[in-house]
Design a protein around this ligand. Structure first.
Ligand code: ADP
Ligand code: MG
Length: 264
């Protein structure tokens, strides 16, 4: 039975292990946390600390080895794909490199409306049914030209391709946007624009944002809270302002000082 005001996510001792024997990797090593509707959580941590593994499990693209994940009060830990429709319409994910995440043979229009045509989502009442109209709407919202739909990914710049990925993520009117390093493959000069766009879209749709980044400036701009990961665990967590002003964990202090010295 779902609680009346459930958390958006409730994770209890989530573990994800890859491989066996001496090759065994504990990618996520016992994470318990809650995320509430409208939260804007930044996940930071060095490469290999388990950030991508964690968010893949939040998007039900991967499953915990042990532990439990509740989404809006429903246990999704062992649910088969055919019963994940409620999550597939509500949770959308944007990846780091739009060059590899967008199918080069499809038109931008087909890429953006693909989630609306998927069998799990098509029958859901909360997913827009007028696909042409929704397509035009999201293309406009992400600031792409009106003739975007019939063009192919290679005809766009890196920043525009990430806008296509965002339009696709928004098309089914999700409640949660997960983004894995959404600007780190982009030219530095384009990053601020895409960050501002994400900020506007999160506001406009009232989205819960879960954002992986190694850039604390991105966290400061987009996230109200931050969780710092190291070796598959969350080693520090709190309001962005507090964590960045007074980091308690040595790893967070190190992360902050390395950013400060890189900042011109
Ligand atoms: P991050 O996103 O923080 O860089 P990842 O979640 O990608 O970290 O990886 C965490 C650890 O799990 C790393 O040691 C990585 O090599 C390992 N890992 C991730 N995915 C797989 C996989 N599919 N098979 C085997 N090992 C994996
Ligand atoms: Mg990663």
């Amino acid at each position: 039975m779902a609680k009346e005001h459930p958390h958006q996510y409730e994770l209890t001792d989530v573990v994800r292990t890859y491989g066996h024997g001496p090759d065994r990797v504990q990618a996520v090593d016992g994470i318990s946390l809650t995320i509430d509707p409208g939260d804007r959580l930044g996940l930071v941590g060095e490469s290999g600390s388990g950030k991508s593994t964690l968010i893949r499990m939040l998007a039900a693209l991967d499953r915990p080895t042990s532990g439990q994940i509740l989404f809006e009060g429903h246990d999704i830990t062992g649910l088969p794909e055919r019963r994940l429709g409620f999550l597939r319409s509500a949770v959308q994910i944007v990846f780091q490199d739009p060059r590899s995440s967008l199918n080069p043979r499809m038109t931008a229009g087909d890429i953006i409306t693909e989630p609306l045509r998927s069998p799990v989502l098509r029958r859901r009442s909360d997913v827009p049914t007028d696909r042409a109209r929704r397509l035009a709407e999201v293309i406009d919202q992400v600031g792409l030209p009106a003739d975007t739909a019939r063009r192919h990914p290679h005809e766009f710049s890196g920043g525009q391709r990430q806008r296509i990925a965002l339009a696709r993520a928004l098309a089914p009117r999700p409640r949660v946007l997960i983004a894995d390093e959404p600007v780190s493959a982009l030219d530095v000069s384009l990053r601020a624009q895409v960050i501002n766009l994400i900020n506007d879209l999160v506001d406009e749709y009232g989205l819960t944002l879960i954002l992986v980044t190694h850039d604390l400036a991105v966290v400061r701009h987009l996230c109200t809270s931050v969780a710092v990961m190291q070796a598959g665990m969350v080693v520090e967590q709190g309001a962005t302002a507090e964590v960045t002003a007074e980091p308690r964990h040595p790893y967070t202090q190190e992360l902050l000082s390395s950013v400060l010295t890189l900042d011109p």
